[in-house]
Write a protein that binds this ligand. Structure first.
Ligand code: COA
Length: 194
């Protein structure tokens, strides 16, 4: 084995890995959205974010969307964070129930989101929009759709994490009402030749 990477860990959980020789790969912000404080608000209208772009809709992700979805993911993320078919399936299976939505224009995906639910907690597992159409409201529409799906299932808090340097995603989440948590997460790695 040449290298190993941890999932996102709390600083406390990361200590044992650091002592074992892992080193910091990336710091993540952890953000929370309290759905239980906003149940009565009419804040989740994904379609309103699509108003600027006629003909775009949100639909359940289907197997035939996968190729374009993974291409969007590849162009939206730097190599370390890119998904392949396995990681997309794993993200969908990471929680007991999940919600996979694609933003479509004339049947072609322009973005997608995977949201998971485990009991009272919701997780925005993945979000990506085609770099050619970013800043057009699709990211907001997909996040609102995720929040609405979680809200309909009585979830109390939705969580998301993002790289500290991902100012764009951070701006989007905070703009929509997510609050940064005091303690973030760490991704650690171990390399054979360090
Ligand atoms: C993050 C991402 C999904 C946003 O998608 P998008 O379609 O561009 O999002 P929107 O157009 O809905 O932006 C919504 C709002 O977010 C905020 N926002 C967007 N870019 C921002 C920036 N650079 N700084 C601060 N706020 C920003 C703005 O309030 C924006 O409103 P606007 O339309 O008035 O500019 C997209 O940039 C992306 O795919 N990035 C790469 C993958 C990634 O980082 N995914 C998230 C990982 S956690």
């Amino acid at each position: 084995m040449r290298s190993a990477v941890t999932p996102a860990l709390s600083p406390l959980d990361g200590q044992a890995f650091l002592q074992a020789g892992f080193r910091l790969h990336e710091r993540l912000h952890l953000l929370a959205y309290r759905l239980d404080e906003r149940r009565t608000h009419r804040f989740m209208q994904p379609e309103s974010h699509l108003a600027r772009s006629e003909g775009r809709t949100l639909k359940p992700g289907r197997p035939w969307h996968r190729r374009v979805v993974l291409d969007i993911d590849r162009r939206a993320f730097e190599p370390f964070w890119q998904f392949d078919t396995n990681s997309l399936s794993e993200a969908r299976r990471a929680t007991p129930t999940s919600h996979y939505r694609v933003a479509l224009e004339k049947g072609t995906p322009l973005g997608y989101a995977v949201t998971g639910r485990a009991g009272d907690r919701g997780y925005l597992q993945r979000l990506a929009v085609d770099p050619d159409v970013q800043s057009g409201g699709l990211g907001s529409a997909l996040v609102h759709d995720s929040l609405r799906w979680l809200n309909d299932r009585g979830v109390g808090t939705a969580m998301v994490n993002t790289q500290e340097r991902n100012t764009r995603a951070l701006g989007l989440y905070e703009h929509l009402g997510f609050r940064r948590q005091p303690e973030g997460l760490l991704v650690l790695r171990w390399d054979a030749e360090q």
